[in-house]
Design a protein. Structure first.
Length: 452
């Protein structure tokens, strides 16, 4: 069994980021290149300056040694020696006595061997070239040059050579930062576009501004979105087809029951028949709600527009007034003050929200109760509240009543548990949210609809 080492180029945990990975790897590399370039430039220019100056010192010393008379440059000042590189000349006769020293403070003696070397005198480093005694007069000449001047000259030349690199280095880092930020924004844009997807509007992510390195990932994600959209569409078609197919036989059964009702004798048989008829009615309502829910989950086809809340409430309440009369419930609309409030959404979806909330309140309010519908228009966001005098909902179950087929345990009201789920789905499509809370003054529930 062989093991292959894995090098993790990306940090882990909270540091896992393309931008951070690029900066953590490339900025130290850029700095290392800058430091190496500076060191190499100093080394190369120090060597070049040294060879050039050594050659000049050798030519000057050999020229003086070849002459019969002692001819030497003018005595330099300390400034010219250390700042401009002026030479210091010493001449020694064949007996080893010093005949000339162009700079008296320099006390370095005659070197034992000819050639180039570095010496220290008066706490200062000097470069010296000494000739041998093979000249005409047997003299020896020594030429000194300040080591400080040589180092300064090498640094200046190396600095001039490395200056473009030092200028380009921060520019390269800034460019890298900008490119990394641009790539990061592109990836974040893809994430935001993916976050905007929901089961009602599933579309492929655009590929026009996607970096080539992550394009395969986005293409794979688009393929997954396509399959997910097809799965939702298949599910909706199945529910719609099943609901359509069930409506016909259930309606036929209801008609047959209506025909049989008059032929039944009184007594227990008629009571059993009433229970059977109630079950069929409940099945009809369940099928209608399933069909309505599947249609709401289909992609939006009706354009959103401004809807008058008062007019929509009147329409919904008129459609449910028969149910209120059957259960002897006082259904009323509390008038609002100020300008007529509006919602901008699909009228059909808003109608579904209001119908289901009002119908739910009418079904759960005991006979002889009260259901009030009012428009709240006291702030920047108008809202609709449906207030009933029913039993309310246990606080720990308020968040679950929007789940499909969920019914509050112990409830005696017949239902399918789809009414609030349908209302929540329609509200989400409208950009609204439904908030449920129990009344404080008495038993009952307040259902509030407002912009999300």
């Amino acid at each position: 069994m062989s093991f292959h080492p894995v090098f993790h180029v990306f940090p882990t945990g909270r540091m896992c980021s393309l931008r951070r990975a690029l900066m953590l790897w490339l900025i130290p590399l850029f700095l290392l290149v800058g430091v190496v370039s500076a060191g190499f430039s100093y080394w190369s220019y120090n060597r070049m300056v040294g060879e050039f100056m050594d050659e000049q010192m050798m030519q000057l010393a050999n020229s003086i040694a070849a002459q019969e008379d002692t001819v030497a440059p003018k005595s330099p000042t300390i400034e010219r020696i250390h700042h401009y590189g002026a030479y210091v000349v010493q001449v020694w006769d064949k007996e080893g006595r010093q005949r000339l020293n162009s700079y008296a403070p320099l006390t370095a003696g005659l070197q034992p061997e000819a050639g180039l070397k570095d010496v220290v005198s008066n706490d200062t480093t000097w470069r010296v070239y000494s000739t041998d005694a093979s000249g005409v007069s047997g003299r020896r000449v020594q030429v000194f040059q300040s080591g400080t001047f040589r180092s300064k000259l090498a640094i200046e030349r190396a600095g001039a050579a490395i200056a473009p690199v030092l200028i380009l280095l921060p520019l390269a880092i800034l460019t890298l930062w900008g490119v990394a930020a641009s790539m990061s924004r592109a990836v974040q844009d893809i994430g935001r576009q993916a976050a905007l997807q929901d089961e009602h509007h599933i579309t492929e992510l655009p590929l026009d501004r996607v970096p080539a390195e992550i394009r395969p990932l986005v293409v794979s994600f688009n393929s997954l979105l396509t399959r997910l959209r097809d799965a939702f569409a298949t599910q909706r078609r199945f529910v719609q087809d099943a609901a359509h197919e069930l409506r016909t036989p259930i309606t036929a059964v209801a008609l047959q029951l209506e025909n049989v009702r008059h032929d039944l004798p009184a007594g227990s048989c008629r009571e059993s028949f009433s229970q059977l008829e109630a079950g069929v009615v409940r099945a009809q309502r369940l099928v209608d709600q399933l069909l309505r829910l599947s249609r709401q989950e289909a992609p939006l086809v009706e354009a959103a527009r401004t809807v008058d809340l008062q007019a929509q409430l009147h329409e919904s309440m008129n459609a449910l007034i028969t149910l209120a009369d059957q259960r002897n419930i006082d259904l009323g609309l509390v008038p609002s003050e100020g300008p007529a409030p509006t919602f901008k959404c699909s009228p059909a979806d808003l109608r579904s929200v209001l119908d289901n909330l009002i119908e739910n309140a009418l079904r759960y309010t005991p006979e002889g109760g009260v259901v009030d519908v009012r428009v709240v228009n006291d702030g920047a966001k108008p809202a609709v509240e449906v207030i009933d005098t029913g039993p309310g909902i246990p606080p720990d179950l308020l968040s679950r009543v929007f789940d499909r087929f969920f019914r509050v345990p112990g409830s005696s009201v017949r239902g399918s548990g789809l009414g609030l789920a349908i209302a929540a789905s329609a509200a989400q499509r409208c950009g609204l949210r439904i908030e449920l809370r129990n009344r404080d003054d008495r038993s009952g529930l307040v259902a509030r609809v407002e912009p999300a």
